[in-house]
Design a protein around this ligand. Structure first.
Ligand SMILES: *[C@@H]1O[C@H](CO)[C@@H](O)[C@H](O)[C@H]1NC(C)=O
Ligand SMILES: *[C@@H]1O[C@H](CO)[C@@H](O)[C@H](O)[C@H]1NC(C)=O
Ligand SMILES: *[C@@H]1O[C@H](CO)[C@@H](O)[C@H](O)[C@H]1NC(C)=O
Ligand SMILES: *[C@@H]1O[C@H](CO)[C@@H](O)[C@H](O)[C@H]1NC(C)=O
Ligand SMILES: *[C@@H]1O[C@H](CO)[C@@H](O)[C@H](O)[C@H]1NC(C)=O
Ligand SMILES: *[C@@H]1O[C@H](CO)[C@@H](O)[C@H](O)[C@H]1NC(C)=O
Ligand SMILES: *[C@@H]1O[C@H](CO)[C@@H](O)[C@H](O)[C@H]1NC(C)=O
Length: 644
């Protein structure tokens, strides 16, 4: 007791010393006090417990509040949701309405209410006229709605405006262009519409503009290049159209430029000469409608590290100047109309880690100089006009290559045995849609790092080798559309042997597999999302252990000879979205428990021997007749009513 009293005294003494040091008025300015009390009153949940300690009148000592030590007026409110101290990290939450009284704090320079998750309401319309000293406004990561008020353009001292990740809407006020001191304008992941105001080009001190993930329309301001301080510009995932303005080449400080996921068209206009945009390290122009050639001048962008031009309509040859981009680590040119051969100069990109040129019109042969790309880990040449005939042996000798995609490359013959012992163990292999013949080799089981294997759409004839049970990292196995035979049990033994394994996707469809599945350990592969066994000769009962595949979204057992009852345990797979059991010999009723499958989007039970009433209710009654047709004994909605 005495001891406790001692500590109280000490604490009081410390507090007093603190106050003296601050030398501020011990009472709060009445206007500041009202602003803060109203703010607190708007919040009904504060998981951080900070506001609960806001009692009395001396607001300068409240947690999160700072005052000017001369005037005693509030200068900063710092109540961000993410709390980080030397000892702990903590995501807190405040739920409630952002009080417009916050604008009573007329001397405040910093408002940080970012990442509180649950703040609702609007940005107070008067904010611009009431808070002339505001330098930093952080309201990101909440549920604020409504527009950005026009008055915001009066905050002439504003340097940082972070309003991203809210539900703000309307068009961007042109007055934002008056904020000459603005360095950072982050408005991404909201619902803004309309144009990017031309006035933005007056924001010549802006270093970071991020508007991605809105619904902005129209063209980019022609004079965008006047925003000369810009280092990072992200306008991705909007609805922007028209050409990329030539003036972009004036952005001499730009290091990150993201215009992907829009409707931009025309040619890539930059750079027009050497020295332009020389700091550009990260460039994404993918998923637009860009046309024309990749400019030969691209080689002037000497700082480029990661580039994506994928999913456009770029044509012509890949310029050999790309070979001078010595910092390049990732290059995505996939899904364009690029033609000609791959220039040998690409083999000079000694830092290259990933190269995707798939889905173009590139012709062979592949330059064997490529083998000097010693850091290349991932290579995708799928679906071009390469006509390789055989798998290039030098590829299997590249020191870092472990993810190889050569689908639709015209490769013939057997699966080459030299893939068995590559310098870097194979993790991903896609040789689908080729002309491979022969068997699935037993040595596949020695690829112990294998995560994904796609050999679909070939002419492989054999059973599944026992050794596959060694593939403990296997996640994706696609063997569809071959002529594979025998039982499929080995594949499920992978899941049994490694119950926490990564198996998520199995497609064995359209082969000649046979035998039953009742004895398989189906159910241990709890991460499985996709299972397709359709178009085979599988027979017998489907075991109820299948109900343990808790993550399953797609199950296709169609076009087999499965019989007996549909396991009602499937009703426990609540993630199921697609269930296809048509063209089998299932008997009995449709389990009434299937009414629990609320996520089911596609159902096909047609052409079986099912009987009885279709369980009434969502989602079963809502599927079309064709989901149930060809079962002579079924009745009830959507089929004809049952005669009872
Ligand atoms: C007020 O704060 C400033 C800056 O932190 C400091 O230099 C000054 O000494 C303080 N004045 C008083 C009276 O404590
Ligand atoms: C940029 O600022 C100048 C000077 O204040 C002004 O005259 C001009 O209209 C502004 N430009 C735009 C596009 O708003
Ligand atoms: C390469 O691009 C294609 C087509 O756009 C895509 O489907 C594929 O996943 C990419 N490959 C790699 C290895 O990223
Ligand atoms: C395997 O390759 C085929 C054709 O190349 C493709 O359609 C399929 O999506 C691939 N499978 C997986 C699991 O990616
Ligand atoms: C299963 O595989 C068959 C044949 O390869 C294919 O036609 C079908 O679309 C696949 N089912 C699902 C649901 O993806
Ligand atoms: C696969 O099944 C088809 C249809 O029954 C048959 O014509 C073909 O000979 C079988 N192929 C093999 C390799 O078993
Ligand atoms: C579904 O899961 C529950 C709880 O996990 C279990 O008791 C029940 O037996 C399962 N139903 C079927 C039909 O397997």
């Amino acid at each position: 007791m005495v001891c406790q009293l001692f500590w109280v005294v000490v604490l009081l003494a410390i507090t007093r010393v603190g106050e003296a040091k601050q030398n501020a008025g011990s009472l709060c300015n009445p206007s500041d006090l009202k602003g803060l009390i109203d703010f607190k009153a708007g919040i009904h949940v504060d998981t951080s417990g900070r506001l609960a300690k806001w009692v009395g009148h001396r607001c300068c000592y409240w947690e999160g509040i700072r005052c000017d030590n001369q005037t005693g007026r509030v200068t900063e409110i710092r109540l961000a949701g993410f709390i980080s101290t030397n000892d702990f990290l903590f995501q807190s939450e405040m739920r409630g309405l952002l009080s417009p009284s916050i604008t009573l704090l007329s001397t405040v320079g910093v408002i940080d209410l970012g990442g509180l998750v649950g703040l609702t309401g609007t940005i107070p319309p008067a904010i611009g006229s009431r808070l002339p000293k505001l330098r930093k406004l952080y309201l990101y990561g909440n549920m604020l709605s409504g527009p950005v008020p026009d008055s915001i353009g009066k905050l002439s001292k504003l340097e940082e405006l972070h309003l991203h990740e809210n539900r703000l809407s309307g068009s961007l006020p042109s007055s934002l262009g008056n904020l000459r001191n603005l360095n950072q304008l982050l408005l991404y992941s909201n619902q803004f519409t309309g144009l990017i105001p031309d006035s933005f080009t007056n924001l010549t001190n802006l270093m970071h503009l991020d508007l991605h993930g809105n619904a902005l329309t129209g063209q980019l301001p022609v004079k965008i290049g006047e925003m000369q301080a810009m280092e990072k510009l992200d306008l991705s995932n909007n609805l922007l159209e028209g050409n990329i303005p030539l003036s972009l080449t004036n952005l001499n400080s730009i290091s990150e430029l993201y215009l992907d996921g829009n409707h931009l068209e025309g040619a890539i206009p930059f750079p027009s000469s050497s020295g332009q945009m020389s700091a550009l390290g990260f460039l994404r122009l993918n998923d637009n409608h860009l046309t024309g050639r990749i400019p030969q001048n691209f080689g002037y962008l000497v700082s480029l590290q990661r580039v994506s031009l994928a999913n456009n309509k770029l044509e012509g040859a890949i310029p050999s100047s790309l070979g001078s981009l010595s910092a390049l680590t990732e290059l995505y040119l996939n899904a364009n109309l690029l033609s000609g051969q791959i220039p040998k100069s690409i083999s000079q990109l000694s830092r290259l880690i990933l190269l995707n040129i798939s889905h173009n019109l590139i012709q062979g042969p592949l330059p064997s100089e490529f083998s000097s790309l010693e850091n290349l880990q991932t290579l995708d040449f799928s679906f071009n006009r390469l006509k390789l005939v055989s798998f290039p042996k030098w590829l299997s000798e590249m020191p870092s290559l472990s993810k190889i995609y050569l689908a639709g490359c015209g490769i013939r013959g057997k699966i080459p045995e030299f893939l068995r012992a590559t310098p870097s163990p194979i993790q991903e292999l896609d040789l689908s849609a080729n002309h491979l013949t022969g068997s699935l080799p037993a040595w596949l089981g020695s690829l112990t790092q294998l995560y994904s294997l796609n050999l679909s759409r070939n002419f492989l004839v054999s059973g599944i080798p026992d050794s596959v049970t060694n593939l403990q990292h296997l996640g994706v196995l696609d063997l569809n559309s071959n002529r594979l035979t025998g039982p499929i049990s080995k594949v499920f033994e992978i899941g049994n042997a490694f119950p926490d394994g990564s198996l998520t996707y199995i497609d064995l469809s359209n082969n000649n597999f046979s035998g039953g599945v009742e004895q398989l350990g189906i159910g241990a592969q709890t991460g499985m999302q996709y299972l397709n066994l359709s178009h085979n000769f599988l027979i017998g009962r489907v075991p109820s252990s299948i109900g343990r595949l808790k993550s399953l979204q797609t199950l296709d057992l169609s076009y087999n000879k499965f019989g007996s009852k549909i396991p009602e345990a499937l009703a426990n797979v609540s993630s199921l979205e697609r269930l296809k059991l048509q063209k089998n010999q299932f008997t009995g009723n449709i389990p009434v428990e299937f009414l629990k499958l609320k996520k089911l989007l596609e159902l096909d039970l047609s052409d079986n021997f099912l009987v009885g009433e279709i369980p009434m209710g969502k989602p079963l009654s809502e599927f079309p007749e064709s989901s149930y047709s060809g079962n002579k004994g079924l009745c009830g909605k959507p089929l004809a009513p049952c005669n009872s």
